[in-house]
Write a protein that binds this ligand. Structure first.
Ligand code: GDP
Ligand code: IMO
Ligand code: MG
Length: 421
């Protein structure tokens, strides 16, 4: 068996949570491999809506094992909040969820540092979710971090105080007021809760599953390829490798063990936070996408920036991830558009550019191809043969350009509003 990977091909919020939940019955294990509570993955079923930040989106399925990989940066306070929220649903998450001992901890001062650094950046701010992601990965790479495994050691408090003091020292460089008391209380409550979970060496766990040839594993990406620390629109990115390679380092599996790579994209584009976005719309169409698509951040509630599908960026993401199957979400949001546009190239300094360039921070003008809208309600459709010809033409064009088949079309937020092709 190999590990299939599902990941975002745009700037996040492509609908990963929904689709992982839909696909979970095909898998025995769902594993997060990077990011932290900057993620907000929405699942809707049985008239209820759930937003998960750290917990994998397979958690609602009884027989599924959920893993938090070593590549994740875990905030114990948010983790406890999520587990408490799940208690309402009458199942014991400790039986369904295991956490990698090598995952890194987000401590209260990481979040304070995140906020202080963003404030100091002024108009150049990244638009971070302020969950402490950047500072936590900084400590990981600079070899100062605390890991989940450390909470079991007798010198954990000593290590915690040492790291906290490094952060407090750094904070004296910023003009930033903060109060750590409540944050710390919630952090330590979270730490106690984490101790009740199965803490694992995920690299052994996952490779043993791979050997038994019966266990099917799906790795659940967070954020999106255009937010990747290496390949995204740097510096307006997150601090982890959101691309397929991140699943290898974030769970301890070899590249040869990757199976299908399921790349998910919206039928248009959104972005939350700062940074370049070539197809962004500032007109009535942009507002309509936001209104119809309810484009407000699942983690921060911020309005998402909206624009047309960017095929230049999408092709780049398909290449970087080795995508083998595409999943298109939110097709229904385009139901009432007369004309739908897709960026097929960029114009930069008067020259046409067909590939994703080093830098899109300057003036990038999209060159659009227009498609006729389908002008009908997709949300009740259940099968491929109900789909309108105009939508099929739109999909066929994307498949031709990316050279990857679109295997799933999502036509609404609910689990049921999913067409498998
Ligand atoms: P994720 O971070 O990739 O899991 O995506 P989010 O949950 O942050 O954002 C996706 C939003 O779109 C959520 O509110 C979903 O409920 C919703 N959604 C997912 N798929 C569809 C779809 O096909 N149509 C519509 N209208 N909404 C969808
Ligand atoms: P999911 O998994 C959309 C964005 C932030 C900001 C930048 C850096 O729900 O798709 P960070 O908090 O990591 O320092 O923020 O990345 N960002 C996301 N945008 N969806 C996400 O996750 C995101 N996680 C981070 O808005 O621009
Ligand atoms: Mg999201």
């Amino acid at each position: 068996m190999k590990v299939d990977v599902l990941l975002g091909l745009q700037w996040g919020d492509e609908g990963k949570g929904k689709i992982v939940d839909v696909l979970t019955p095909e898998y025995n294990v769902i594993s997060r491999f990077q990011g932290g509570a900057n993620a907000g993955h929405t699942l809707e079923f049985n008239n209820s809506k759930h937003v998960l930040h750290l917990i994998p989106s397979g958690i609602f399925h009884e027989n599924t094992i959920n893993l938090i990989g070593n590549g994740v940066v875990l905030d114990p306070a948010i983790f406890k909040q999520e587990i408490d929220d799940l208690k309402k649903f009458n199942f014991d998450a400790t039986q369904r969820l295991s956490i990698a001992k090598k995952a890194n901890l987000i401590i209260p001062t990481h979040k304070i540092l995140d906020a202080a650094k963003e404030q100091a950046k002024g108009k150049d701010k990244i638009g971070s979710t302020l969950k402490g992601i950047g500072p936590a990965y900084t400590d990981k790479v600079s070899r100062n971090a605390l890991r989940i495994g450390d909470i079991l050691e007798s010198n954990f408090m000593e290590k915690y105080e040492k790291l906290k003091n490094i952060h407090l020292n750094t904070l004296t460089l910023y003009d930033f007021d903060f109060d750590i008391t409540e944050l710390e209380a919630k952090f330590f409550e979270g730490i106690e809760l984490i101790k009740t979970f199965n803490l694992i060496d995920i690299e052994h766990t996952v490779n043993n599953y791979l050997k038994d040839k019966k266990t099917k594993i799906l790795a659940e990406g967070a954020q999106g390829t255009m937010l990747d620390i290496d390949f995204g629109s740097y510096p307006f990115v997150t601090s982890s490798n959101t691309v397929c390679a991140g699943a290898c380092t974030g769970m301890g599996i070899a590249p040869s063990k990757i199976g299908e790579v399921k790349g998910i994209f919206k039928a248009y584009c959104t972005r939350v936070g700062s940074g370049p976005f070539p197809t962004e719309l500032f007109d009535a169409d942009g507002q309509k996408l936001r209104d119809v698509g309810h484009e407000y951040g699942s983690t921060t509630g911020r309005p998402r920036r909206c624009g047309w599908l960017d095929l230049v960026a999408l092709k780049y993401s398909v290449m970087i991830n080795g995508v083998t199957e595409l999943i298109m979400t939110k097709a229904d949001v385009l139901d009432s558009f007369e004309t739908i546009k897709v960026a097929v190239a960029y114009k930069i300094d008067g020259k046409q550019v067909d590939f994703f360039p080093y830098d899109i921070c300057g003036s990038v003008e999209p060159i659009y191809k227009e498609f006729k809208g389908w002008n009908c309600d997709l949300t009740k459709m259940k099968s491929e043969n109900e789909l309108p010809a105009e939508l099929l033409e739109y999909i066929a064009y994307i498949e031709k350009e990316t050279e990857v088949p679109v295997k799933i079309v999502s036509v609404g937020p609910d689990r049921e509003a999913t067409i498998i092709r």
